[in-house]
Design a protein around this ligand. Sequence first.
Ligand code: B12
Length: 220
Amino acid sequence: MGDMNEQEGQLVEFLAEMQEDEALELAKRMLLEEGAAPLRVLELCRNAMDIVGKRFEEGEYFLPELVLAGEMLETIGAIAKPLIKHAPGEEPKKLGKVLIGTVHGDLHDIGKNIVAFMLDINGFEVRDIGIDVPVNSFIDEINTWQPDVVGLSGFLTLAFDSMKETIAAFEQQGMRGKFKVMIGGGQIDETVRAYTGADAFGVNAVEAVNLCKAWMGEAA
Ligand code: B12
């Protein structure tokens, strides 16, 4: 989980223990008063989500805890994101178009939203078409918007099949060669990439940005 100072450990604990008020108060203080790095705070949230996920798997937590965890993450994300956007440095030129969505059957979008946001602030034009996206919606958007990269997100194991199906449909439509496909979310690795037929996978938003930059011929 990496090195954490006492305050950072406290935030992870509040989040993992479902102490909503304490967690939000501490996150606000760190971000708005103490100038903590927003990306660091989001990383701490991710660490806490790993603990929550494990407790859910082990039967200690149930759906209400997952929902609350998701809500806490969204609240903190909403505070952290504008702080990233207002970091010093000029607006970069638009590097390329990225279409992103969560594949059908899967409703998880917090990770996808972070990816979309990071691509945006790194100079990509991003079109986010939401969650539980049917194959045909991807195809329609690709036809009308002509993206350079298509990002498929999914946190459930069953999303791997949806990704495979979506990419196979791109093939059938004869459009597969016109853009790059990256996948991410959940436990994605090279085996899953090969299974789905994607060009690449990324385990976090920084990797997503680096993939897109490399594809657009920009140094990462
Ligand atoms: C919050 C949460 C929810 C919330 C989602 C809220 C929302 N708006 O997204 C709610 C309560 C709705 C939910 C529901 C369910 N969930 Co849930 N959920 C989680 C939890 C706790 C956190 C997920 C999260 O948002 N993490 C935070 C983000 C920031 O994570 P991240 O991985 O760091 O994100 C990065 C990467 O994924 C990557 N990335 C993401 N997308 C993309 C795309 C591309 C192209 C690239 C390159 C990179 C990339 O970049 C992100 C940013 O750096 C996880 C546990 C866990 N450890 O992940 C379970 C988890 C994903 N859920 C799980 C389950 C089982 C469910 C339910 C089936 C529960 C149920 N019985 O109903 C339902 C499914 C609903 C559905 N059909 O989708 C399981 C999945 C198991 C599996 N292998 O299939 C998990 C792993 C929990 C567990 N350990 O059992 N869940």
